[in-house]
Design a protein. Structure first.
Length: 252
């Protein structure tokens, strides 16, 4: 088992990529704190994994809130005794709005969930890693949207900021043995389209020109496989890397 006894926090674990990551990690022997807003989904996940080699514990929380990001780390340490890996996976899409039409509410929401939340969690995790000694590991779900105009201005900006924070964190703490890498998914089949706001007509007319060049959509398990590699000791010499998982979309 590639993650035996590692204690890992995974956000956005109630569905999609986060759920696939949590499942794969527990199957590989990890002790996973699964974080999401939907308590019932988390409880179902814990029940599903009760006979797996590892262990799952549910932590209902909202990653847009500083206090919840800090509390989920404290919960992991209290429940399992330490923290080895933080996976900031939770995120939301915008409505493809260009900057000229972007609302304050859209910008604030994107930044709170996609940027501030992960950075709050990273700040807390780094403090725990330093106190524990022996390094640590952070994996952020970034996006091809950070450099590829696949969504609106708010979403792309929020993921670009997270990408920059990922690389900066890797640089700042490399001597302390703390690694920080990102995964940049392209199109992946999840339930995000079901909760996205209606697409802005002007913005979507521009971004849709890129969508026609998208290859076959990926599955959440494809992202989970990438996360497994980055969470394992097999990737111990990889730091500050954004691993693009898009089926080659960025090459087109």
């Amino acid at each position: 088992m590639r993650l035996e006894q590692k204690v890992i926090v995974v956000t956005g674990a109630s569905a999609g990529m986060g759920q696939a990551i949590a499942k794969r990690f527990v199957q590989e022997g990890a002790k996973v704190v699964a974080v999401a807003r939907r308590r019932e989904r988390l409880e179902e996940l814990v029940k599903e994994l009760k006979d797996a080699p590892g262990e799952a514990a549910a932590f209902p929380g909202d990653v847009s809130k500083r206090e919840d990001n800090e509390a989920m780390i404290d919960f992991a340490v209290k429940t399992f005794g330490r923290l080895d890996v933080l996976v900031n996976n939770a995120g939301i899409m915008d409505d493809n709005t260009a900057v000229g039409d972007m609302s304050d509410e859209m910008l604030e929401r994107q930044m709170k969930v996609n940027t501030y939340g992960p950075m709050y969690a990273m700040r807390k995790a780094v403090k725990v890693f330093l106190a524990q000694g022996g390094g640590g590991n952070i994996i952020n779900t970034c996006s091809v949207g950070a450099v590829h105009n696949t969504a609106g201005a708010a979403y792309c900006a929020s993921k670009a900021a997270l990408t920059a924070a990922t690389r900066n964190t890797a640089f700042m703490y490399m001597e302390e043995g703390i690694r920080c890498n990102g995964i940049a998914p392209g199109g992946v089949i999840t339930d995000i389209p079901l909760v996205m706001p209606q697409a802005d007509e002007f913005g979507f007319s521009r971004t849709s020109s890129l969508l026609v060049h998208s290859p076959e959509l990926g599955m959440p398990e494809d992202i989970a496989n990438a996360a497994l590699f980055l969470a394992s000791d097999e990737s111990r010499f990889i730091n500050g890397v954004i691993l693009t998982c898009d089926g080659g979309w960025m090459n087109l």
